[in-house]
Structures are given as structure tokens and as C-alpha cells.
Design a protein around this ligand. Structure first.
Ligand SMILES: Nc1ncnc2c1ncn2[C@@H]1O[C@H](COP(=O)(O)OP(=O)(O)OP(=O)(O)O)[C@@H](O)[C@H]1O
Length: 596
């Protein structure tokens, strides 16, 4: 019951008044069905087969006025009313089903939007600690499962209301039989509690399996090149066969559980009805009319009780999915980065970015800092490069400048203003970021570029492409700007992809451009193209570059060298190269040795 209330609260908070309208309509359906049962009393009398003694049946008196009406009139009248009631009830039922679907689909959409909104507005820290496939699983499978619980709850409510009304009518018609049926039903529901517990366990297993399944296939599809080139197909297929087998077993077990509990109800129904007719005939000398009522009431009421059990089991299985969605929403609330409720303009960086005494670590339980006492200034409209060995802390530092990581001590200042939750969005809108593995959609060059500026004209697009040294190769593509570039831009070379992404970054006309190892996987010619592009951009915006390849940053205005989370050198490229005892010179020498 706690679980039903939990679901009802959620649906209520979403649907509000509409829910009550539906519940009222369900009550009307129950009443109509009840009236149809009542009509059986004069019908039984009219058949004349049975010696109908209305005094033996409560409520039957209300039809006594029909005693004087001839059968050739009363029979068609009663049958017509019966047909009208049945049609009205079914029409109402159809309307309610549609309205319930509107509530359920609306609730699904509401759950999806709220969850995705929460995810997108969470801090970077949240993503660092989360497995991406778990988020995909919740957004695709679990949200749907959770909202299917809404349907079960509405079905449960409808069954419950109809049953209640029928119980009241049945109590008026035949109190002893009804109380007996109810007692038996109650005992069976109690007895079947273990089925609910088991349903909950199966729901939990289904959730875990779904998570593992999506996690596994996401990793494998992402790493398909490794799988193929290292001939790992067999082992991956074995994994897949195992997990799908487990999923199959879980579904079969669930079906076994559902059908077993229903078998109990059906078997109990047959036994009870036989026992009751026997007792009624042998002990109470019941009339045939009363026996017919027993059968009618029993056959109407009992399936409802069984239906309630089925809905409860259904709700129990989807509860883990609902709780997982809720837990994620709660986590996102705690991790909220900013509220996007007002029009925020991009900031214009005119003077400098400063890092003052910054300390940062990913895990505050650990003693060592990833960045320690970091102090530097990045002048606006200049190009600053961050270099250092792998793991020195370059990406962590740039993430801090982008407001993705937050200093534990110290502060980041933009034109003298501390970077906070309040101005981080304005900074992001002023920034374009080009990662090492750039992201392109499976569509045309044009649409990939217009992603950041939907109203960009052809002239704007070509200008950005020219700045990124990408114009000449785009011109040569079969359909130019309208050429499809495949999944993640697979039809372009690494260097071409990188330049399209750079063009996209430039199209936004950012105040700050960040390149995160954008040239490390490129050949020398592609690197030279990016270098040309950077040369063209110098002086137009503030450029931050993380570079493994030191040749890329030869023309930067300032180089910041990091080692084990500390700044060990700062200055111009040539100046740093001359200091033979320090890290920068060491890095340079290594690259010269590797170069052919
Ligand atoms: N999400 C994380 N959680 C915990 N530690 C992390 C995380 N990301 C990075 N680190 C650690 O922080 C340190 C700095 O990593 P960072 O990625 O900033 O280095 P980097 O200089 O950019 O390295 P690379 O050149 O290899 O990309 C490393 O020791 C790394 O293991």
C-alpha cells in the first residue's frame, strides 16, 4: 500500500485534478456495472423458470412495481436498459482508457524531461563519477518501465473502485455470501504477499541486468575497432550470450510468478464456489434464485480480486526502476550547477584570466592535491599554452578555467571578477571548446556547423571554415557544405574532422577558444593547417591550448609548464627552451628524439 501511495503521489503531483476526474469516472463505471447486476433480479423472476421469492433477497423489493407489468412489455424494457447500460459503460471505459493513456504518456514525458534536464544541469563532478551507460539506461529503459507503473496504479485504482462498489451491492443482495467471498479473498491476498516480495526482487534483478546490458554493449560498440582488430569477437559474444540468457531466465521467472499466483486464485475460485453451493443447498436449503446470485456475484467479484493481485505484482516489479529514476533526479538536484531561468549574455573578456593560489583534488578524502598552489595570469587576446608530462594536471587546470572543476582553495578571476555559480554560464557562452576527439553528428557539414549558430549564412560558414583552414577540402567534397559526413564524421580524416570542429568553434565568435590536445593525433600536414588557423585567430580572441606536440604552440605568447600539479615554468616559448635544466627543455628534447 505504501508503494501505491508513493506512485499515486507522483501521478497526483503531475496530473492534479485530472486524476480525480478519472477516478470519478471509474466510480461511474463501477456503479453502472452494479446496476447491471441488480437488473438480474427482475430478469431471473421474468424467466419464470425459477420460483422467484423476492422477499428472500434484499433489494429485490425495488422491482416489485414490475410485478403488474405484463412480461411481453417488461422483458424488452429490462433487456433494453441492460444493453444501454452495457454500451454506456463500455463507452465510458473507452474514454477513461484514453484519458489514462494521456496521463501515463504525459507522466512519461514529464519524467523524461525532468530527468534529462537534471542531468544536463549537473556539475562536471557528477559526470566524472558516473558511468555514462547508467545514465543512458535510466533515460531509455528505466523511465519507460517506471511510467508503466502509472498504468498499473491507474488500473489498480479502477479495479479497486469498481470492486468496492460491487462489494456494497453484493453485500445488499447477499450479505453472507459476500462476506464469505471477501474473507476468502483477504486470506488469499495475505497468503500471496510472498508473490509481491518476489516481484520486487525480480524487478531489482531486471534493473541490474538492464544496467549491465546497456553498459556492456555501449562499451563494446564504442570499442568496436579494438574488438575487431584484436579478434575479441568470440569473448564478447560469450558475454552477450550469458547476459541475454540471464535476461531470458528473469522474464520466464516473472511470468511463472504471475501465472502461479493467478492459478491460486482460479483454483481457489472453483473450490470456493463448489463449497459454497454445497453448503447453501445442504445446510441453508437455499433457493435456486439465490444460488444463481451466488454464481453471478462470485464470477464478477472474484476476477476483480485476482486483477488487484496482478496489478500489485506489476507495480512491485517496476518499483526499483521508479526508485532509480527518483534517486538520479535527487542526485542531480544536489549536483545542480546553475539554474537556467534567465537570458544570460556571453561575457566579454577584455583584460585577463587569473588563477590565484588554487588547490584542487578530485577526492577530498585523499591527502594529495591534483593541483597545488597554482598561480598565473592569462592575458586577453593572447595565446597561452599549457604543457607538461602526461598526468601533470593540464586538463584539470583548463577544466577549472572553464568552471567545470571548482578550486578547493584559491580562486579563478575573470577581468577581476571571481568565477562563481552566478557568472559561470555567462563564461561558458563566451567560450568554444575543441576536444582531442571532436564530436560531429551524422549529418551534413552545414548542419554540424549550424548547430552552434542556426541562423549562420553561407558566408558566415565559409568564413569560419577559412579561419579553420578547412575551406579548401570542404570545397572539394562531392556536395560541398551539404555532404553527409557519416557517424561521428567517419567519412572525414582525423585532421579534417578536427578542422570542421574548429570552424564550428570559431563560428560562435567566442571570446575564449580552448583547444584540448587538438593536434596530438594529427599528421604534420594537418597540424600545420591548425597552426595556420591559430595564427589567423591570434589577437581576435583569447586562446588556451593544451598541447602534447610542442611544435603546435611554437608561436604562443605564453607557455605554462606543469609538473605533478604545480607550475614549474612560465614564459615565452624561446625563453623556456633555453633553460636547459628544466622540464620544458626536457620535453622538447624528447620530442626531437622521437621525430623521424
Ligand atoms: N576524474 C578523475 N578522478 C580522479 N583523478 C583524476 C581524474 N581525472 C584526472 N585525474 C588525475 O589527475 C591527475 C591529472 O590529470 P590530467 O588529466 O589533468 O592530466 P593531464 O596533464 O591533462 O594528462 P594527459 O596529458 O595525459 O591528458 C592525474 O594523476 C589523473 O590520474
Amino acid at each position: 500500500m505504501k508503494q501505491i501511495m508513493f506512485f499515486l503521489k507522483q501521478i497526483h503531483s503531475f496530473a492534479g485534478r485530472v486524476l480525480y476526474v478519472n477516478l470519478a469516472a471509474m466510480m461511474a463505471i463501477g456503479l453502472l456495472e452494479g446496476v447491471a447486476v441488480l437488473l438480474l433480479i427482475p430478469l431471473i423472476g421474468l424467466t419464470g423458470i425459477i420460483d422467484f421469492d423476492s422477499s428472500s433477497i434484499p433489494l429485490a423489493g425495488i422491482f416489485s412495481f414490475m410485478d403488474d407489468v405484463p412480461v411481453h412489455i417488461s422483458l424488452p424494457v429490462i433487456l433494453s436498459v441492460f444493453v444501454i447500460l452495457a454500451i454506456t459503460q463500455n463507452l465510458l471505459y473507452q474514454k477513461i482508457t484514453i484519458r489514462n493513456t494521456i496521463i501515463q504518456q504525459g507522466f512519461l514525458r514529464h519524467l523524461r524531461n525532468k530527468t534529462y534536464n537534471g542531468i544536463l544541469h549537473s556539475k562536471w563532478h557528477f559526470f566524472i563519477n558516473k558511468r555514462k551507460s547508467d545514465l543512458v539506461n535510466i533515460l531509455t529503459s528505466e523511465v519507460v518501465r517506471a511510467s508503466s507503473g502509472t498504468q498499473s496504479v491507474l488500473q489498480f485504482m479502477s479495479s479497486l473502485i469498481t470492486t468496492m462498489i460491487q462489494i456494497v451491492l453484493a453485500l445488499l443482495l447477499a450479505p453472507t455470501i459476500t462476506i464469505f467471498i471477501l474473507l476468502c479473498g483477504g486470506v488469499l491476498v495475505l497468503f500471496n504477499r510472498k508473490f509481491l516480495k518476489r516481484s520486487l526482487e525480480l524487478g531489482m534483478r531486471n534493473y541490474e541486468l538492464g544496467k549491465r546490458y546497456i553498459g556492456g554493449i555501449t562499451d563494446q560498440i564504442n570499442g568496436i575497432k579494438d574488438i575487431k582488430s584484436n579478434s575479441l569477437e568470440r569473448s564478447r559474444l560469450d558475454w552477450y550470450a550469458d547476459i541475454t540468457h540471464e535476461m531470458q531466465r528473469e522474464q520466464v521467472e516473472y511470468m511463472k510468478l504471475r501465472t502461479t499466483s493467478q492459478v491460486y486464485y482460479k483454483a481457489a475460485s472453483a473450490i470456493l464456489i463448489a463449497a459454497f453451493i454445497y453448503i447453501a443447498l445442504m445446510m441453508f436449503n437455499a433457493q435456486l434464485a439465490q444460488l444463481m446470485l451466488i454464481i453471478v456475484i462470485f464470477s464478477r467479484l472474484w476476477p476483480r480480486v485476482a486483477g488487484i493481485q496482478a496489478s500489485l505484482e506489476q507495480i512491485a516489479t517496476v518499483l526499483p526502476a521508479f526508485k532509480a529514476v527518483q534517486a538520479l533526479q535527487q542526485e542531480c538536484r544536489v549536483q545542480e550547477e546553475f539554474v537556467e531561468n534567465q537570458q544570460i549574455d556571453p561575457m566579454q573578456l577584455n583584460h585577463q584570466i587569473e588563477c590565484k593560489g588554487v588547490y584542487f583534488r578530485y577526492n577530498q578524502q585523499e591527502p594529495d592535491y591534483t593541483l597545488e598552489n597554482v598561480d598565473f595570469t592569462v592575458p586577453a587576446y593572447k595565446m597561452t599554452a599549457f604543457v607538461g608530462r602526461s598526468g601533470a594536471g593540464k586538463s584539470t587546470l583548463v577544466d577549472l578555467l572553464m568552471g567545470l572543476n571548482h578550486p578547493e582553495k584559491g580562486e579563478v578571476l575573470l577581468d577581476g571578477k571571481v568565477l562563481t555559480k552566478q557568472n559561470v554560464l555567462s563564461l561558458r557562452r563566451a567560450m568554444s571548446y575543441v576536444p582531442q576527439d571532436p564530436f560531429l553528428f551524422n549529418t551534413t557539414v552545414r548542419e554540424n556547423l549550424q548547430l552552434v549558430k542556426p541562423d549562420a549564412t553561407d558566408e558566415d560558414l565559409w568564413e569560419a571554415l577559412q579561419f579553420a583552414s578547412a575551406d579548401s577540402f570542404v570545397e572539394k567534397l562531392p556536395q560541398g557544405l551539404d555532404t553527409l559526413i557519416g557517424d561521428r564524421g567517419i567519412k572525414l580524416s582525423g585532421g579534417e574532422r578536427q578542422r570542421v570542429v574548429l570552424a564550428r568553434a570559431i563560428l560562435r565568435k567566442p571570446s575564449i577558444l580552448v583547444l584540448d590536445e587538438a593536434t596530438s593525433s594529427l599528421d604534420t600536414e594537418s597540424e600545420a593547417h591548425i597552426q595556420e588557423a591559430l595564427e589567423r585567430l591570434k589577437g581576435k580572441m583569447t586562446i588556451l591550448v593544451i598541447a602534447h606536440r610542442l611544435s603546435t604552440i611554437r608561436n604562443s605568447d605564453q607557455v605554462i609548464v606543469l609538473d605533478e600539479g604545480k607550475i614549474v615554468q612560465k614564459g615565452g616559448f624561446k625563453q623556456l627552451a633555453q633553460d636547459k635544466s628544466k622540464v620544458f627543455n626536457h620535453l622538447l628534447k624528447k620530442q626531437v628524439e622521437i621525430a623521424p
